[in-house]
Design a protein around this ligand. Structure first.
Ligand code: SF4
Ligand code: MSK
Length: 646
């Protein structure tokens, strides 16, 4: 076992080695135990959706080429793809629905611990949704917004309201293709229906519905989750924080919050500041209560409160193995079942909090909106009580300072200032070529790929070539761990044009934009760039490209497909795209789909080659926009310099 091959993060390497010495298992060990993995599964050519199966297609053409029902590789692969997209869309959207429910409860005064922190955004959203604001109380307006948002998940007719944010030509493309997203639940139910035995058997038609389902996620469920969370908990603005296992404190009670929904973690942060609990912490000999995050919950908290991040997906077991975590409170998504085993080796109390995500043999403290803070205090109290049970502690020293909190609103504000907030300076600098374009780096960490390596090396490659990087999810945490969210260090790696703009405007070359549902922020930002003018009429015209080189969950396919259906090139790692067992599906997703949607998929594992592909796309878009014209070098006098819009 070579820990350096498993992770490029020094803190993770240290903990992986320690776990190996103690014979403790983690995801990398379990991957080894699973290897070699099923070749049919890797290609997406197995089907078990009816009891005439399971069936599989022989990829070498020697064995069966159809299942018992006659389904061929095209149908089977496309159906598997659609089901993955539907599952991913469900995860984001169920998260969004949960936020809408708490939002309504807060408006009605039934969730007294939650308040509306960003009322400016609330008024803006009210206007967008046609909610009357004149002579009405905030709570009344919020209740109506909440009800409209909740209806977006299951309304019987009509399209997703947030999809109207897309540029008009994009909406026209969706209309023409018949994929304007309707209610989220409807798209997901239809996806499952179409992919049962004996229904949709035209791979293009199946993928078309995958687009519609994904769009209902990106321009629906996810976008609503982000909007409502911002109003409830505050829209992120740039602030400072720290990232990596070194944020755990030897002399304090450490609580890790892990999962996705800030509904719980926000309350735990509040509870950790409770005077009585702090006094109790002192009594048991701790200097304080330290809350740190893992995965997307971490992004949510760091973006809004500066709460430190202990790590990304593959750090969850490593954090427990430090022996310094009193409680790990988890909600939904990306919580490894392996945690229940590793916590048995340490004093760490694992607590589940979402009724829809329990773990066998693990304590469950149900989180209810009516009593949220009280429940959070209970969780913190358990941590305080558990401090005395600590055994040997080993916390790696690695941690990096980071600047985070780049929402659409804050980018707009930073670029244009309070009174003239706008994307104009960004558009101008893309047009004049100082910034070549925008690269999105999103996604997880997967034990099949050296942890953080591809995300961070891709980020370095892109900023070196004057591409502004926006990042979300565990990729953001990877960048944070490797100092790429530290503007000083990242700027030193940036190309001259990008560096000049970032220094002048006061932004970093790698912008941390939030959790996985916050990929919707990127759609909003791209739409705002189009609206600002000078870079085409549609999202597909923009010099932008996205990559997710360390994906794990089905959510990644939903995200990828909504970007493709929004006109963007999306690159995944070769070994993490298990839908390549049909030539026709491959050709459609990787080539032909571009004619329909403007975006397409690509696979590449090497971050430098992925950067080449993104740059090629960006330069092609620049050419098409006619902004790649060589300008004569000109010496400016002072008057002209003042007029510059950098
Ligand atoms: Fe086999 Fe067809 Fe049933 Fe799938 S749907 S398991 S291919 S018989
Ligand atoms: S948590 S989905 S591992 S980004 Fe959103 Fe990280 Fe991927 Fe989970």
């Amino acid at each position: 076992m070579d820990s350096k091959k498993r992770s490029s993060d020094k803190a993770a390497q240290e903990m992986i080695s320690r776990m190996a010495e103690s014979n403790q298992q983690n995801a990398w060990d379990r991957l080894d135990a699973q290897s070699p993995q099923c070749g049919f599964g890797k290609l997406g050519v197995c089907c078990r959706i009816c009891t005439m199966g399971p069936c599989r297609i022989d990829p070498f053409g020697e064995g069966p080429q159809v299942g018992v029902c006659g389904a061929d590789a095209d149908t089977i692969v496309a159906r598997n793809f659609l089901r993955a997209v539907a599952a991913g869309a469900s995860a984001h959207s169920d998260h969004g629905r949960g936020v809408a429910e708490v939002f309504i409860a807060a408006a009605k005064g039934e969730a007294p611990d939650y308040q509306f922190k960003d009322t400016t955004k609330l008024y803006k959203l009210a206007e967008e949704l046609g909610v009357e604001t004149k002579d009405r109380q905030i709570n009344e307006i919020a209740e109506e917004i909440g009800k409209i948002a909740l209806a977006e998940f299951g309304k019987p007719e009509g399209n997703q309201l947030m999809a109207r944010r897309a540029p008009k030509p994009r909406q026209e493309i969706w209309k023409k293709l018949g994929i304007t997203p309707r209610a989220v639940d409807r798209e997901v139910v239809e996806a499952l229906h179409r992919s049962t035995m004996g229904v949709d058997q035209d791979y293009k038609n199946i993928i078309l519905h995958a687009s519609r389902t994904a769009l209902a996620d990106g321009w629906g469920g996810s976008m609503l989750a982000t909007e409502l969370q911002d109003i409830l908990f505050g829209t992120p603005y740039p602030g400072r924080g720290e990232v990596n296992l070194g944020v755990l404190k030897k002399d304090e009670i450490n609580i890790i919050v892990h999962g996705h929904e800030p509904l719980l973690s926000e309350m735990i942060v509040a509870a950790s500041m409770d005077k009585d609990l702090l006094a109790e912490a002192k009594k048991v000999g701790a200097k304080g209560i330290n809350v740190a995050g893992i995965c997307c919950t971490a992004n949510e908290l760091l973006m809004r409160h500066g709460v430190p991040i202990a790590g990304n997906f593959l750090n969850q077991e490593l954090a427990v193995a430090t022996g310094a975590v009193e409680v790990m409170a988890v909600d939904v998504q990306c919580v490894m079942q392996g945690l229940s085993e590793i916590t048995k080796c340490f004093h760490t109390k694992l607590i589940t909090t979402a009724d829809k995500a329990k773990m066998l043999g693990v304590e469950h403290v149900a989180m209810e909106e009516k009593t949220a803070l009280k429940t959070a205090k209970e969780v913190v109290k358990k941590a305080v009580e558990n401090y005395k049970n600590r055994g040997q502690v080993h916390i790696p020293s690695e941690k990096q300072p980071a600047v985070i909190g780049f929402s659409h609103e804050s980018i707009n504000y930073m670029l244009g200032g309070k009174f003239r907030a706008s994307y104009r300076p960004l558009n101008d600098n893309i047009i004049n070529g100082r910034i070549r374009g925008i690269g999105a780096i999103v996604g997880c960490t997967n034990p099949k790929i050296q942890q953080d390596y591809t995300h961070t090396n891709l980020a370095k490659e892109l900023i070196k070539r004057d591409v502004l990087v926006v990042t979300t999810g565990c990729a953001t945490i990877a960048c944070g761990k490797q100092a790429l969210l530290n503007p000083k260090e990242a700027l030193a790696l940036a190309g001259p044009g990008l560096r000049e703009v970032c220094e002048t405007v006061g932004i970093a070359p790698v912008l941390a934009c939030g959790s996985c549902v916050d990929n919707s922020r990127l759609l909003v930002a791209c739409s705002a760039i189009v609206k600002e003018g000078g870079l085409g009429e549609d999202l597909a015209d923009l010099p932008v490209a996205g990559a997710c080189l360390e994906s794990i969950t089905e959510k990644a396919f939903a995200i990828g497909q909504y970007f493709v259906a929004s006109g963007v090139l999306v690159i995944f790692a070769k070994e993490l795209f298990p839908f390549v067992g049909s030539k026709n599906v491959y050709n459609y997703l990787f080539n032909e789909i571009e004619k329909d949607m403007g975006g397409r998929w690509a696979v590449e594992t090497d971050p430098v080659k992925a950067a080449d592909m993104m740059l090629e796309r960006i330069e092609a878009k620049r050419e098409a926009l006619g902004i790649n014209v060589e300008k004569e070098r000109k010496l400016y006098d002072m008057e002209e310099r003042r007029a510059l819009t950098v």
